[in-house]
Design a protein around this ligand. Structure first.
Ligand SMILES: Nc1nc(=O)c2c([nH]1)NC[C@@H]1CN(c3ccc(C(=O)N[C@@H](CCC(=O)O)C(=O)O)cc3)C=[N+]21
Length: 275
């Protein structure tokens, strides 16, 4: 089994991004936060740290976990109209009553570096230039980095979220894979996932994918980041048994996650250089 680690790829993306950043005016990324979820705040801190490392300015706009949808929208509208801000992201989760998908419509698509505006998803689906959500882009970057062939192969995506499953299905289709999307109502999940040459787990349930879900030799990408009781992180894939059967598998941590953060920065550098 080949272990598809993301750390070196993330490092390479950051180095390339740093070079792009050095060649022009400093890009600025604004991250709007309205949560006290620890995992989410960890991600925000790691974005800020990684941004500093490549020369991108990061503004964390923390509205607190009691922010109203109106306040969040106001911030997004203001930052969308701020010429000094190139990338704009709305961190999830949001307070009860606030819909990320509705609010993300207030993000200028040219600054939508995490592909959250429904316009970005529509453009992606239509094959038009748009930023893909960083996590979906990270899956594609890992597959490309490790030379995984997609054309004509069967790809199965488990999970139909707007931030991962749906955009990823379009990205895979665009690369001429035959794509199936599974979800919580899929009957006999294992019989579908076992047809996959490339299997992507993006559900958010630790250990959902076991050895019986995987064809021998399949490439398995684990997008899950489920907090464990001991403060660690577990994927959607049951690592040990699946690694004994798969041809290649991403670890959690150290797989998709680091690449996600690096691509958010690359997108920000590109947004700053849009004509
Ligand atoms: N609008 C929005 N977009 C997101 O992309 C988004 C979000 N909201 N809210 C929160 C989740 C979570 N998320 C992670 C990204 C990287 C790691 C990551 O790099 N984790 C490290 C390990 C960290 C550890 O060991 O604790 C790794 O996988 O190696 C984790 C989680 C993006 N999210």
């Amino acid at each position: 089994m080949r272990k598809l680690t993301g750390k070196e790829l993330a490092q390479a993306i950051r180095a390339q991004t740093a070079a792009e950043v050095a060649a022009g005016p400093q890009p600025r990324l604004a991250v709007v936060v309205a949560t006290d979820d620890e995992a989410s705040l960890w991600y925000v801190r790691s974005i800020a740290k990684a941004a500093a490392g490549v020369g991108i300015a990061a503004d964390i706009v923390d509205l607190g976990p009691a922010a109203s949808p109106g306040q969040i929208r106001e911030s997004l509208v203001r930052l969308s109209g701020d010429g000094g801000v190139h990338g704009l992201m709305l961190q999830t989760p949001l307070p009860p009553g606030a819909s990320a998908q509705e609010l993300a419509g207030a993000i200028d698509p040219r600054k939508d570096v995490d592909g959250a505006n429904p316009l970005s998803l529509g453009r992606l689906a239509a094959g038009l230039p748009a930023f893909a959500p960083a996590t979906a882009a990270a899956v594609m970057a890992l597959l490309d980095h490790y030379g995984v062939e997609l054309k004509g192969r069967r790809a199965v995506v488990v999970g139909r979220s707007t931030v991962v499953g749906k955009p990823l299905a379009h990205l895979l289709l665009d690369r001429h894979a035959t794509v199936t999307v599974c979800h919580s109502r899929t009957r006999d999940l294992a019989s579908v996932t076992a047809t996959a040459d490339v299997l992507v787990a993006a559900v958010g349930r630790a250990g959902l994918i076991g050895a019986d879900h995987v064809a021998p030799g399949a490439v398995v990408i684990d997008v899950g980041t489920n907090p464990t009781d001991d403060g660690g992180l577990a994927g959607d894939v049951d690592f040990e048994p699946v690694s004994a059967r798969a041809g290649a598998l991403t670890p959690v941590p150290g797989g998709v996650g680091p690449v996600t953060t690096a691509l958010l920065l690359r997108h920000t550098a590109r947004a700053a250089n849009l004509p």
